[in-house]
Design a protein around this ligand. Sequence first.
Ligand code: DAT
Ligand code: MG
Length: 147
Amino acid sequence: MTDTTGAPRTERTLILVKPDGVRRGVSGEILRRVEAKGYRLTAVELRTADDALLAAHYAEHVGKPFYAPLVEFMASGPVLAVVAEGERVIEGFRSLAGTTDPTSAAPGTIRGDLGRDWGLAVQQNLVHGSDSVESAEREIALWFPAL
Ligand code: DAT
Ligand code: MG
């Protein structure tokens, strides 16, 4: 897609390889898929998130039954935080990731190929991807304030 001047309209998105993905050693495979699709990695950092960062990141889910287990899971080990860039990367990465429930996520997607239900209170579904331009800018500012 192009803007009114004909220049490509690139976007940025925040991708997280969640603690289950890092623990299982599939972060390289996940980044491989992002790069193979043709997106550019602009920042990559392995870090363990604290409660304040996770509360801000998941503010939209406060009050839902899975909120507490979600934050506990996300703080349970390091995550690989990534900013990726490209035309329609927000939509494109959500498509690569597959739907939220890894059991029913389509084969060919990250969650469909690499994930499944482990019988736990929260879906351990390997990745997060921003769901809109507004979320992406908000989340990138939280995880990579220097960008
Ligand atoms: P997504 O990660 O596909 O954008 P989301 O933003 O609705 O999904 O939810 C954030 C995370 O919370 C999701 O990746 C896993 C967990 N989650 C969502 N819905 C859930 C549910 N019904 N039961 C358990 N965990 C859930
Ligand atoms: Mg979401």
